[in-house]
Design a protein around this ligand. Sequence first.
Ligand code: FAD
Ligand code: UDP
Length: 376
Amino acid sequence: MTRTARVLVVGAGFSGAVVARELAEAGHDVLVIDARDHLAGNCHTERDEDTAVLVHRYGPHIFNTNNEMVWCYMQRFGTWMPYTNRVKASIPKGIYSLPINLHTINQFYGLRLHPKEARTFLASRASREYPEPTNFEEQALSLIGEELYGAFFYGYTRKQWGCEPKELPASILKRIPVRFNYNDNYYATRHQGLPLEGYTEVIRRILDHPAITVELNTDWEPAMKGVFRHVVYTGLIDQFFGCEAGALGYRTVFWTCSGGVGDLQGNAVINHCDLADAFTRVHEHKHFAPWEEHERSLLFTEYSKETETGDIPYYPKRLAPDLELLATYQIRAAQEPNVTFLGRLATYRYLNMDAVVAEALERAPLILRQLGRPAA
Ligand code: FAD
Ligand code: UDP
């Protein structure tokens, strides 16, 4: 381990890489460690040896943001190819377009409504029972009514989260828009793109600085705290404290993979919303790089389950007991002045890539202030 580094960054995902770069550019020597054998955390991409398809090993990642500063920052570290995420949904009645838009509504109800008519129509199907929706189900029923909720959200959400949608916060549904035009872009953000050479190459470039040393296959150990003036920790907050008060709840996802020749499903993502299918969605990864040509193809079928020992934590559940536990760990974290807790795992939030980049850029000046002038 590099003993001259004054700052240790635990985790080589977007959070760790961006903060390491900012501290290095300000003149500090930084050691970045990661328990895995690769860079980029959950955004890691790699070429499949057989097909040469660029695979997003931990699930497809599409960069999208309204944050001009973040978008500008990302341009420094790679070529970003224009990409629009268009998701299809499979239900027993057929294949529909998501997020719910005018095409979905007209196709689902066999109508030919114009935007204004569709708005009035959906309002007539929506429930008025919940003026202030308090959970996912109430939010959905108030927004789109029983039929669309039942067809596209109830089953998928049960499978994805392993509980009744009424046990989940309304905020989860608010991530997806409802539109009264034919715009089927999954995101409503201004910028959307995918890195030409994959996310791992972007992270490699962010970390490519003379003051940064990277050590993979290296686990965080509490004793490291004594060696560095400051630690930026992007791992699980409960694990940092030895899970003394208990473990925070996460859902994990896993995939089965099959291959074939040609175009296997005709789209990058098809969601399977019916409870009868055990899986939630199927990804055809070559469609995430439409500028490349591949004769062969790979399909990844995604399943969701509770996280058990050894599973990768993906989605923070944030149920009431989790939030209580989180508060306990946050109090402990506040008593660690030389440790910054950063990123999706250390703050126990579902955060998109642009949000973790923004937070890393915001936190870096505070860490710099605390560190003072770099050693000559
Ligand atoms: P991570 O990427 O998880 O990196 C943390 C790193 O820390 C890991 O490499 C880990 O190995 C390392 N680490 C943890 N503990 C230790 C330890 N004790 N010792 C050493 N190393 C350790 N966002 C989008 O913007 N668009 C998308 O399309 C999108 N799709 C997603 C799909 C899925 C299935 C999921 C779950 C998330 C998706 N996200 C998406 C969110 C995205 O994955 C996160 O924003 C991003 O990974 C957060 O980066 P991070 O650096 O905070 O965490
Ligand atoms: N969702 C659903 N049906 C779908 C897509 C999404 O019920 O076809 C619900 C599900 O509960 C999911 C949430 O909406 O967790 C947010 O969707 P998003 O696409 O943001 O999920 P992610 O890509 O983060 O898994």
